[in-house]
Design a protein around this ligand. Structure first.
Ligand SMILES: Cc1ncc(COP(=O)(O)O)c(C=O)c1O
Length: 372
């Protein structure tokens, strides 16, 4: 793919849709009972959404803008089709929604999550027809990106919260959880499924049948060799789902990283080279304010590969801005490189361009979609 970097100039993020399709189909194959809603926060490029719409995927959206992005790309048939698409294919999966968002969602029956009473009051006021999913707090131990400090009702408090919603005349479809992103600990899924099953039973004993279980995202990507393999993970999740939940419970998931990460390869160019404190520092034309933002926000230590061979040594790789914080890595093992030499980073399709900025006036990486 080096020719692409030479042709299109760097920084260049190449998204391979063959991989997007492969990952989606892997999820469908190894989690056959689970409907897949791509969390577009991982990478909301319209081309990716179009590819997944063709595969009949659903979508997890976090904001009204993400909702509109998906809706704009939905097949244009008729109003009834669109209403069904909204209900069947979109989950508004942010438990905290501004009132302005709820007002815009009011005219359609929309699936949305909640985890507190104040949110229920807003939903009752603006979206009384919504289908609600109660998000519970589950252990995120051993997941790279921790989410449970910000979201989810304690499982022990969930039945009362759900009952409050029902008594307010709202419709609660089911439960959701998120085990933390890049989950490296299988037990997080096992424990979260156990906790969910207890709540399903408790609600049943209170005379209310929950219909939907949303197992969130978190499926890990092999950034390095320590990452648990997806197939045994999926096998265990399947076993637990089938053991704990009757066949008529609909199960869905909201993977982001697993679908997008491996599709992305970033090409960058060396724009500067200096010796600082005895170590070679390479300045590149992308950095933590651009596609490599995941180093900060997503806690992923990306590594660089050179097209050049030769004896290597430990060096630092930093971004182009006037900020020392813009340091991508202080310990890369690279051969002796010159200005204009190219480097690439694999598995960088998720949480990369999604959080890129134009800080210091540097343009965001160009995005090239291949095998669409
Ligand atoms: C509510 C929700 N669903 C799904 C996802 C996607 O998670 P992942 O990329 O780990 O699959 C996230 C990530 O932050 C999330 O917050």
């Amino acid at each position: 793919m080096k020719y692409l970097a030479n042709k299109h100039k760097t920084p260049l993020l190449v998204i391979d849709h063959k991989i997007i399709r492969r990952q989606y189909l892997l999820l469908r194959k190894y989690l056959p009972r689970v409907g897949i809603y791509y969390a577009i926060k991982a990478n909301s490029e319209p081309e990716i959404i179009k590819t997944l719409i063709k595969l009949d995927a659903g979508f997890d959206v976090a904001s009204i803008n993400e909702y509109k992005t998906v809706l704009d790309l939905a097949p244009k048939k008729d109003k009834k089709y669109l209403r069904n698409f909204i209900y069947d294919r979109i989950i508004v999966a942010n438990t905290i929604k501004p009132e302005e968002t709820l007002i815009k969602l009011a005219n359609n029956k929309t699936l949305m999550t909640f985890d507190n009473y104040e949110e229920l009051l807003k939903i009752k006021k603006y979206c009384p027809d919504a289908g609600l999913i109660c998000r519970i707090k589950v252990a995120n131990v051993g997941s790279v990106v921790e989410l449970s400090s910000k979201f989810g009702v304690e499982p022990g408090d969930a039945p009362n919260l759900i009952e409050k919603a029902i008594n307010m005349g709202l419709s609660v479809e089911g439960l959701s959880f998120h085990v933390g992103s890049q989950c490296l600990n299988l037990e997080n899924y096992v424990n979260a499924l156990d906790a969910s099953a207890i709540i399903f039973k408790e609600m049943h004993s209170r005379g209310y049948k929950l219909k939907l279980l949303n197992i969130g995202g978190g499926f890990p990507v092999p950034y390095d060799s320590n990452v648990i393999n997806f197939k045994p993970l999926a096998k265990k999740i399947n076993l637990e789902i089938n053991r704990l939940f009757p066949k008529d419970v609909e199960v869905v998931a909201e993977p982001g990283r697993f679908i997008a990460a491996e599709s992305g390869t970033l090409f960058v160019k060396i724009i500067g080279k200096a010796l600082r404190d005895g170590k070679t520092v390479y300045y590149i034309d992308d950095g933590v304010y651009n596609s490599l933002s995941g180093v900060i926000f997503d806690h992923i230590p990306y590594h660089f590969t050179s097209f050049k061979k030769g004896p290597s040594s430990i060096c630092a790789v930093v971004g182009p801005t006037c900020d020392a914080f813009d340091t991508v890595s202080t310990s890369e093992n690279l051969p002796d490189l010159k200005i204009n030499d190219l480097l690439y980073v694999k598995n960088i399709g998720a949480y990369s361009n999604a959080s890129a900025t134009n800080f210091n006036g540097f343009p965001k990486a160009k995005i090239l979609h291949i095998n669409t």
